[in-house]
Design a protein around this ligand. Sequence first.
Ligand code: SAM
Length: 417
Amino acid sequence: MTGSPRVIDSLLHPEKMNMIPYGPEGMQVHLDDMARRLATPWQVCMIRARQLEGCNLPDGMVIDPACGAGLQLAALSNVLGKESLGVDIDESRAEMAATNQQLISDFLGMQCNAKIVVGDGTKAPEVLELFSAENKFALFYFDPARPVGSTTHALDEMNPRLNIVLDAWKPYLMDGERGPALVLDLSPLLSLERRGEVESLVDERWPGINRTWQWASRGSGRIDRLSLWLGTAADPDNGRRFIRIPPDQFSDPLELNSVGHSIEEPDIQKIFPRKGKQLTILDSALVSSGMASTWLDGVLQNEDRADWQVTVGRRPIVTHGEPLSLKHELDPLLIQCTGKVVSLVRTTLDEENIESIAEKAIDCGFNKLTIRMGLPPEVQPVLQRGLDRLLRRSNGTKKGFITRTGADEHLLLCAEE
Ligand SMILES: C[S@@+](CC[C@H](N)C(=O)[O-])C[C@H]1O[C@@H](n2cnc3c(N)ncnc32)[C@H](O)[C@@H]1O
């Protein structure tokens, strides 16, 4: 951007129309390749907007001082029924944002009440000078640009900087029941230390404000979004939230809440899994959010307890006495597999031993065993094909998986029910 900030008009360029990512059929927006990469999937935009609907926000507009192509801003403005102001320093992106506000409101059958400015989102007075009416904000939403492939996720890599943007807009934020309402969309890989730094920046400006960290996963064991909800946008009873975004874009997400703010690593119990025990490989995103114990409390039966066998990596494992009692339709998405330990085989899984392992599996009544343990990528398919071939001669009906709980020498053959 060069020169002073200015308001951008919505201008339709039919050649720039693209399907909105993860949105309803027929919903089209302006996005170039870069904006698409930066954009929040529409499904996520809508889930967040609906979460905020229940927050009793104060009167006022929504401000997004780094709005990109403006998808999240459009969801917030339309769902919350609020006027909105988006700012982006990149002129072509601000143009996309302006047009997208109109396109999205039209698609939703709503009136468009958005203003988009090309300008520096850290210069609030300059931006606000463009408007004659007094502008007060009910919600501050911030999703800064970050360098691709960053390994440090340092706060000074954010563009614009969090501290500067908070100072710029603080005087214009309205107080709700629990102070102003802010949502900060941060890097999903922010370490505990970096999260502490963000909290310090917030506390310097609003000491003791309510806060809820939200981890959101779309599956594949990954945390896709980490956001900090503050003040009137926070859940006053819960410091942490895990959201599993459903595969079907129209369903509600699964939401887990927990009181604590800090993340405790689950304790490893060196209680070796015995025959007859249940073994579950959990979704690694759930475990890395620190909310697995909260979820397990809800799905373990009666007095049953979970013993942690593996807490890190792609296949976190717990053992327990009874099968899990899954209630929510999305609960199955929080496990990779679960079954009863039928046999412990003291050997290594390799080409040399595959026949004896298959024999043992046939003795136990298996006709299908999926390998669910860390193996070199070139070895895994070879061993899986070998096992499949050898188990073809089985008359058994059990299906299950084969895994290991760590550096010990036992393979665990587990039957799924
Ligand atoms: C991650 S994108 C926002 C994506 C958006 N939330 C969406 O849903 O489409 C971050 C944006 O910040 C903008 N930006 C970087 N520095 C800025 C500044 N000083 N003022 C305003 N915008 C800035 C970038 O141009 C980029 O478009």
